[in-house]
Design a protein around this ligand. Sequence first.
Ligand SMILES: Nc1ncnc2c1ncn2[C@@H]1O[C@H](COP(=O)(O)OP(=O)(O)OP(=O)(O)O)[C@@H](O)[C@H]1O
Ligand SMILES: [Mg+2]
Length: 241
Amino acid sequence: MTPLITLKDIGRKYVIGTEIIHALKSVTLTINKGEFVALMGPSGSGKSTLMNILGCLDTPSKGEYILNGINVSHMTDNELAEVRNTEIGFVFQTFNLLPRNTALDNVALPLVYAGINKETRKARAKVSLENVGLGNRMDHKPNELSGGQRQRVAVARALINNPSIILADEPTGNLDTKTSIEIMGLVEDIHAKGNTIILVTHEEDIALHAHRIVRMRDGLVENDYANTNIQTVDRHSIPAV
Ligand SMILES: Nc1ncnc2c1ncn2[C@@H]1O[C@H](COP(=O)(O)OP(=O)(O)OP(=O)(O)O)[C@@H](O)[C@H]1O
Ligand SMILES: [Mg+2]
């Protein structure tokens, strides 16, 4: 089987004035289709830098990144945008929803970039929102939704293109414990459907939902192991929407 993600000796340095920051020194990693990986490590260890490269928002200073059989390490911005639109779904800590747009329009947005007509966009966004339990909140704007509902809108948006990978950078970082559990239940459902998930978290109990844990330190992978203590969300604890 070809891995979905192959990273070979990936480095990323930032130059600020005379200072060079090696945010990633050398990362070599293989992730197969359908894996659920938690990326952990102290602040500044390079997690977001790595996620940006995985998500084709940034390119490495050195090394090779093969995504779904395609070498994306040296692509132009336009080529990367194309890969992003077809292969990647993002979920961020701060939700990153457009405040003036309804939930439906926020979810439909990636399809605008994909050049899909309005009617199809609306129909697909509706299904995607229904899949995260928000069929009754489609016309609400972000400030008319709870934190957990906003994050579910972001998840629906991430899923709308049927991406190969879902990248979530601290998706529960701004949520209370109960709402975090609800979002992790949703992430588990998405994983169960065969999606590949890479999730950054600082919280050990959130990481235990993943099947593999990769720990970073100082721009290097310090540890990479299978989670033998997988926790799943107790569905009885999730309130009905
Ligand atoms: N755009 C940038 N320019 C310069 N340095 C940067 C930039 N982005 C990140 N860095 C530096 O690279 C290193 C890794 O940062 P990164 O954001 O990847 O850490 P992180 O593991 O995501 O941390 P956190 O847990 O706090 O989110 C840090 O030392 C940071 O200061
Ligand atoms: Mg970060």
